[in-house]
Design a protein around this ligand. Structure first.
Ligand code: NAX
Ligand code: ADP
Ligand code: K
Length: 473
């Protein structure tokens, strides 16, 4: 953002970029309020350009008849042009540090229709400072809609971490491009809905994070052609389930059958349960080594303590997906030494165990955790949860999946995901593409299956085909 802004600012008249941002911001605020005339708007204004955006947008709303009050956190360092514009348009300013203003600030926020958060944008580090934190509380308690400028103040733009108090917005109007903090939890939760305003920046090719869209996924999905047969489409091997958890095997196969491989080979003690539900499955109880050729393996869902199968799968020179119990049983040096791709799919608890940290610290720093695991294991890692992230070893953009729903937090839905991703691996997708395409379809399938009501993991597997069609249409 900084580099792109510098480059563009050098070519534009002074202040032009901020005017573009303010125009987009004011339009979004007006749309949210429905009518501007007579509305009460409070601007929370920090000392940087983020506050400048808020002030110029406030001036535009004041010119259309809104009553606009700016609350200045550092009056002496407020954006001078923005403040002058607001005053010219008839807005007033209060200062948080002025004792006589304190009650007026509180009153203004309590009775506002709209609060615009211009405390801090991409220049921020750490949670809100002590003088700003009470404003976030007042805004949250007020009945006003809260619009954040560029980012909810107090969240980390680059990582999605939240290290202290932060603004909770209903809408975030962001400029130029999405920042990782708008896509990755926990910060994402603070942003509300996000609207992107194009201010004409040319962005660098490689981003820190990227989110696939329908068209990207459609271009990656394997579709059979005239030359296809079941072997050419790829065979996926599923080494999963145990006498204790036969259902995990059934669910992983259910996901795999909807993922584009030409055949699914199941290896393990739950063959009868699998065949009863899916007669098209090729079943063996001889272990992965003697199971016959596959183009990719899935190992681990419901596997209990079957370390032998995990080792046999990791020894094969085809792409391997390791999930659930397999993650605990996989030897790190064996994984690192593999030449074919490895895709690991932990949830936060499993990732925490692999990293030797608490679950909470993985959830608080998802981007860091997924990159760290990918480096330690020399493997592609898909970290599940409210935002699913996929990272390759050796860097590059981390894929963020935006399609999920919290209804997916149901037992066994991870097994469906691993079967689906394994099937895409067998069909020839790279580990990064297989993981992120599977997360995309799985999230969408979860939405279709839930449709606002609780569901089971098998419902998710049955909706994968609808998700696929939706992506292709
Ligand atoms: N550079 C540009 O051309 C453009 C910048 N824009 C805006 O400018 C913003 C960046 O502006 P700045 O670089 O001036 O930085 P910010 O306005 O984001 O923040 C800098 C100020 O916030 C204070 N601050 C830092 N951390 C804080 C915290 N945790 N709690 C409270 N205050 C804190 C600092 O003391 C500093 O003065 C963007 O987010 C965007 O809103 C837009 O106007 C578009 C154009
Ligand atoms: N709060 C949430 N929001 C969105 N998706 C979620 C949430 N919680 C879990 N999920 C998704 O649900 C699936 C659960 O997988 P997992 O934890 O492995 O469950 P299981 O082991 O029971 O199959 C993952 O795809 C995960 O990303
Ligand atoms: K902000």
């Amino acid at each position: 953002m900084r580099a792109a802004e510098r480059e563009l600012m050098a070519r534009l008249p002074e202040g032009a970029l901020m005017q573009r941002a303010a125009a987009g911001l004011a339009a979004a605020c007006a749309e949210l309020m429905g009518r501007v005339y007579g509305r009460r708007v409070v601007l929370l204004v920090g000392s940087g350009d983020n506050g400048g955006d808020a002030l110029y947008a406030g001036a535009r709303l004041a010119r259309r008849g809104a009553g606009v009050t700016a609350v200045l956190l550092s009056p002496e360092r407020t954006h001078p042009g923005g403040l002058a514009a607001l005053r010219r348009a008839g807005g007033r300013a209060l200062a948080t540090r002025q004792k006589e203003d304190a009650a007026a600030v509180e009153r203004a926020i309590r009775s506002a229709d709209l609060v615009v958060d211009g405390i801090v944008g991409i220049g921020g580090k750490g949670g809100l400072r002590p003088d700003a934190a009470p404003l976030a509380e007042l805004a949250e308690a007020s009945r006003a809609a809260v619009v954040a400028v560029d980012l909810p103040s107090g969240v980390e733009a680059d990582t999605g971490e939240v290290r202290g108090a932060a603004i909770r917005a209903d809408l975030t109007v962001t400029f130029g491009t999405h920042k990782p903090g708008l896509l990755i939890d926990p910060a994402r939760e603070y942003a509300g809905s996000v609207r992107l305003v194009d201010i004409g920046l040319s962005l660098p090719d490689e981003a820190e994070a990227e989110a696939l869209q329908h068209a990207d996924v459609a271009a990656l999905l394997p579709v059979p052609g005239a030359e296809s047969d079941k072997y050419r489409r790829g065979v996926v091997g599923i080494a999963a389930g145990s006498s204790r958890y036969p259902g995990a095997a059934v669910l992983a196969v259910a996901g795999a059958l909807r993922g584009g491989a030409g055949a699914v080979r199941y290896v393990g003690p739950a063959g009868d349960a699998v065949i009863a539900r899916f007669p098209e499955t090729l079943v063996s109880d001889q272990g992965p080594k003697r199971a016959g050729r596959v183009q990719a393996w899935v190992v681990g869902p419901g596997a209990g303590d079957d370390a032998q199968s995990v080792a046999e799968v990791l020894a094969q020179d085809v792409p391997v997906l390791v999930d659930a119990d397999g993650l605990r049983l996989a030897d790190r040096d064996l994984v690192r030494a593999r030449k074919a791709p490895t895709l690991m799919t932990p949830h936060a608890g499993e990732a925490a165990a692999l990293l030797g940290v608490s679950r909470g610290s993985v959830e608080a720093a998802r981007l860091h955790s997924v990159r760290e695991l990918a480096e330690r294991y020399g493997a592609t890692v898909l970290l599940k949860g409210s935002t699913t992230l996929v990272a390759s070893p050796g860097g590059g953009p981390v894929r963020v999946n935006a399609t999920g729903t919290s209804w997916l937090a149901t037992a066994g839905s991870g097994d469906v995901l691993s079967g689906l991703a394994g099937s895409l691996l067998a069909a020839g997708l790279s580990a990064l593409d297989a993981g992120s395409v599977a997360a995309y379809l799985h999230g969408l399938a979860g939405r279709f299956a839930a449709d606002g009501a609780p569901m089971g993991a098998h419902d998710v597997s049955e909706s994968i085909r609808s998700a696929w069609r939706d992506v292709m249409s």
